[in-house]
Design a protein around this ligand. Structure first.
Ligand SMILES: [Zn+2]
Ligand SMILES: [Zn+2]
Length: 602
């Protein structure tokens, strides 16, 4: 198989380039149109499920992408060809070196940054902090003592919270704070997360909460008084902002029950979704804000108790938060072609599970019982293979014994128990078990657990070789990333997914909240190519079994319905796919998807 090797420039690199250019032009006070063009390009590229650099290198016309014109397209070409963009370098030379860091501080817009740089000679966040402390910052035009104090507080808060928080940690923190707040506030009726948490983004910036309370004035002070609060940033009638352990900012707002629809919609975002929705409303003579929808001509503001009626007023169906990315979702909503998204209830099995035979915490029997209690039709037990010594991986002998025990257990359950293994993909792409051992198994996950720093070409070839093994059913947590801890391995995702398609290999969406692997854009590309996805919890503990919602969120952000996910199919259909020859699985899966579509009337 020929592997198409491309440049190392990722979509993220290009997004950073253009957002930085937009910010620098803003500081310079350049034309609004030019600034918007770079912002729009950055946003568009961020949503792509395929590599822009590869497309550019293949000579494709990038201007066919909405939001990418001639100037942007030329800069992408230049970046891909040379690794530099002359216009960017010129801008960077004209401005002080750390100017982009200054923009990251809340309260520091481009105009303020410009003034701080030119009038106070500030070139770093440390110098900004100093100027705020000694009173110079407050003397800038339009600044004042209060704003300068806020900026100082934001610098401290930023230092305390390390960047964005992985989704799983943010969700846990949200649940804990919510429980404490309900205890502390007898009048609290509801507490709804909005923002990036409600959109199930993989990392969360600030945590937005909207409260409805019979006694609104008790809510903010109660939040500020919680023991987990490290610092209070804002305490007002309508909004309270605090930083809680482990360093997450919470913005709590009070909502009105009869106007909750607009408020929830407004604070759920994303910013890009709301900008596009606002444009769409404006064209109908309506304007949107956090309180409702205003008829521009009469000035009358209408209130909405829920989001469905809010969207309905605009002539749109409700759009699931996971889809609100400012990409194609509004067009799809208008055309009535929003996807019928998968839900947790659609899942009928979990196909990546560990027991204490390898590095799981529970005996085989207890793990199987806990999975059965989830109400599943099928499961696969997949302890590690021998090569993973640290995880007490199974030798072929131990595996044979485990299979016997599982087969005996099967008599007690209606749920189908598949004998599986999570087999290491060795550094050269060979499987950690020989084929005659793999042949004993019903279900083989192939995963990378070591030699993760291989270059792109080697890593891609390694996983491709695993996919070509006739016994490998699925690639587990392909990128091996751990959010906030370990970067993804480097591979050419397009080559991997094309090979998955060609070889009849499925791709896992690993639902462990620290993994979320495949990520959403890669899962979307898999869907487009007709590669079956499998949502697994990779549970090492019975508690992990309830993590499926995280994997389902990735699939939903990838516009997947239940038809795109193998373990959302009824047992008979799933087993028929599994028992078919690997070379026939792609065609079989296409037929399964088509049949589901017809049945559900899509
Ligand atoms: Zn693994
Ligand atoms: Zn695993």
């Amino acid at each position: 198989m020929v592997i198409l090797m491309t440049t190392q420039i990722s979509n993220d690199d290009i997004v950073t380039l253009f957002s930085n250019m937009a910010a620098m032009l803003e500081i310079k006070g350049d034309s609004v149109f030019k600034i918007r063009a770079y912002q729009r390009a950055a946003n568009t590229i961020d949503q792509l499920s395929w590599s822009l650099a590869t497309a550019a290198a293949n000579g494709e016309d990038l201007r066919k992408i909405p939001g990418i014109g001639k100037a942007i397209s030329e800069k992408v070409q230049e970046y891909v060809a040379t690794g530099h963009v002359a216009a960017y370098d010129r801008l960077a030379e004209e401005l002080p070196p750390n100017v982009l860091d200054l923009l990251e501080v809340p309260g520091m817009g481009p105009k303020t940054v410009k003034a701080a740089v030119e009038e106070l000679g500030i070139s770093s966040v440390v110098e900004l902090e100093q100027a705020a402390l000694d009173g110079r910052l407050a003397q800038l035009p339009r600044m004042g003592k209060k704003s300068a104090e806020n900026i100082l507080r934001h610098i401290h808060a930023q230092r305390m919270r390390s960047d964005r928080t992985p989704l799983g940690i943010a969700a846990e923190t949200c649940a804990a704070v919510s429980a404490q707040l309900f205890d502390a506030c007898p009048g609290l009726v509801s507490l709804t997360p909005a923002g990036s948490l409600r959109r199930w983004e993989e990392t969360i910036g600030d945590l937005d909460l909207i409260a409805i309370s019979d006694n609104p004035s008790e809510t903010g002070p109660a939040l500020a008084a919680l023991p987990s609060v490290r610092e209070t940033l804002v305490q007002g009638d309508s909004k309270t902002s605090v930083v809680v352990d482990p360093g997450i900012q919470i913005d709590l707002r009070i909502g009105e029950p009869d106007a909750m629809g607009a408020m929830l919609q407004y604070f759920t975002g994303s910013q890009q979704h709301n900008i596009r929705l606002r444009d769409y409303a404006n064209r109908q003579g309506l304007s949107l804000n956090e309180y409702g929808i205003t008829v521009i001509e009469s000035g009358v503001t209408e209130k909405f108790a829920d989001e469905a009626s809010f969207y309905d007023r605009l002539g749109l169906p409700w759009i699931a938060p996971e889809l609100r990315r400012g990409a194609d979702e509004l067009d799809a909503a208008r055309a009535g072609s929003l996807p019928n998204l998968i839900t947790v209830e659609d899942l009928r099995g979990d196909l990546h599970l560990h027991s204490d035979w390898s590095d799981g915490k529970f005996p085989l029997e207890e793990m199987v019982a806990a999975v059965a209690a989830m109400g599943y039709e099928y499961m696969a037990l997949t302890d590690h293979s021998q090569g993973l010594g640290v995880a007490n991986g199974l030798t072929p002998d131990r595996l044979a014994r485990q299979i016997e025990i599982l087969k005996a257990l099967q008599d007690r359950y209606d749920m189908t128990i598949l004998c599986g293994s999570e087999v290491d993909i060795r550094a050269d792409g060979a499987m950690d078990f020989p084929d005659d051992v793999l042949a004993m198994l019903d279900w083989v996950i192939a995963s990378v657990h070591n030699a993760m720093s291989q270059d792109r070409e080697t890593m891609t070839r390694r996983i491709v070789r695993a996919m070509e093994n006739p016994y490998v059913c699925v690639i587990g947590h392909a990128s091996t990333r751990l959010l906030g801890h370990r970067d993804p391995v480097d591979f050419d995702i397009e080559t991997l997914l094309q090979t998955a398609r060609d070889t009849g290999t499925a791709m896992e969406i690993n639902a462990a909240p620290e993994r979320l692997d495949l990520k959403d854009t890669h899962a979307a590309r898999a869907r487009e190519l007709g590669v079956p996805l499998v949502i697994n919890t990779d549970s090492h503990h019975t508690d992990g079994l309830s993590n499926q919602r995280y994997g389902v969120a990735v699939a939903r952000r990838a516009w997947c319905g239940p038809e795109h996910v193998l373990n959302a199919y009824p047992r008979a259909e799933f087993l028929a796919w599994l028992r078919s020859h690997k070379g026939e699985r792609a065609a079989r899966f296409d037929a399964m998807v088509a049949r589901r579509r017809v049945e559900s009337g899509q």
